[in-house]
Design a protein around this ligand. Structure first.
Ligand SMILES: NC(=O)c1ccc[n+]([C@@H]2O[C@H](COP(=O)([O-])OP(=O)(O)OC[C@H]3O[C@@H](n4cnc5c(N)ncnc54)[C@H](OP(=O)(O)O)[C@@H]3O)[C@@H](O)[C@H]2O)c1
Length: 293
């Protein structure tokens, strides 16, 4: 029987909320965890508090009996990881290993959300089998967690999403959009790199890929997930200005000392799932229709 009971860690966060909303619409049973404050709109049927550092992974799984754990919770900001590398390791590596072990113990599938930033951006485009080259504390913890997951839980999917965008539980622009829309909307300029390349990924598309991978019984292992376009951060900013009716002049050009390109080859996930990743214009159009300012 296809797996139908999901546990989402970080269900009140940006990706966790998008995933929970989609799974519930598809009639799956979903339990989500939250951390600091109980969300008004946690996109899951049932929500419980769980601290990755303090709380016991086996107890969580015993209480929820999931077929699949999708581990979205993380110390996901580069700045927060730089500020406290020990905390980053405890949350992003140690807690991930404990959850993966608990899944292995119960024969559940573990889906770990890693990142395109496991690559340093000097040798794009990257395939799943390319060696990782993390260039930040955040990326190092994600690369280390990937190894732990692969080592302890045979039924695992490791997804490496590119820079994501979408909406949040509060109907606001989520992830990097909150900065790229929020500042110009308040009349402030945003500095955007002309030599940093990303393949913006619409969060609902990643959610669809996760469900499809799990349900189609695709081979376990690593999958790269990214939108179809390779663009500079500056080009992305101009598209955002267009869709959200913001002054393009507030999207200001700047440059990194060296080009940073974490583009991913996505053939493997496309073949396994059949899910088409949306282009930026279509994704932004969908969001702009729903966002409340
Ligand atoms: N957004 C992107 O562009 C992007 C790109 C590639 C990969 N990723 C990865 O995708 C995943 C989801 O990212 P996101 O953008 O949805 O991040 P997010 O909105 O910051 O969500 C992360 C969630 O983790 C929770 N969390 C943090 N520390 C915790 C702890 N000690 N115990 C329990 N929960 C804790 C946070 O809860 P509190 O806020 O209450 O602490 C938050 O709800 C992350 O693994 C991230 O590394 C994101």
């Amino acid at each position: 029987m296809a797996p139908n009971t999901y546990l989402i860690t970080g269900a009140a966060g940006f990706l966790g909320w998008n995933l929970g909303r989609m799974l519930i619409r598809g009639q799956s049973t979903v339990v989500g965890t939250w951390h600091h404050s109980k969300p008004d709109r946690c996109a899951s049927g049932h929500c419980m508090q769980f601290d990755l550092e303090q709380d016991d992974a086996e107890t969580l799984l015993a209480a929820t009996s999931p077929d699949v754990v999708v581990h979205c919770a993380a110390l996901a900001s580069r700045a927060a990881c730089d500020a406290d590398p020990d905390l980053a390791r405890r949350v992003n590596v140690d807690a991930t290993r404990r959850l993966a072990e608990a899944c292995a113990e119960r024969d559940a599938t573990f889906v770990f959300i890693s990142t395109d930033l496991v690559f340093d951006g000097s040798r794009a485009p990257y395939r799943e089998e390319d060696p990782v080259s993390p260039a930040s504390v955040y990326a190092e913890t994600k690369a280390a967690a990937e190894l732990e997951v692969a080592g302890v839980c045979p039924k695992h999917y490791i997804l490496r999403p590119a820079l994501m965008y979408g909406q949040t539980a509060q109907d606001t622009p989520g992830s990097f959009l909150s900065w790229n829309v929020g500042r110009p909307a308040a009349g402030a300029a945003v500095q955007l790199y002309t030599n940093q390349y990303r393949m913006p990924l619409y969060a609902p598309d990643l959610a669809r890929s996760i469900e499809s991978l799990v349900k189609s019984n695709a081979g376990y292992g690593i999958y790269h997930c990214a939108g179809p376009e390779r663009m500079t951060r500056y080009e992305i900013g101009l598209r955002i200005a267009e869709h959200f009716d913001l002054p393009a002049g507030l999207m200001e050009k700047t440059e990194l000392p060296v080009t940073d390109d974490t583009s991913l080859v996505t053939e493997k996930v496309l073949r396994a799932t059949g899910v088409e990743f949306m282009g930026l214009d279509n994704g932004l159009r969908e969001i702009a229709q729903r966002i409340v300012f």
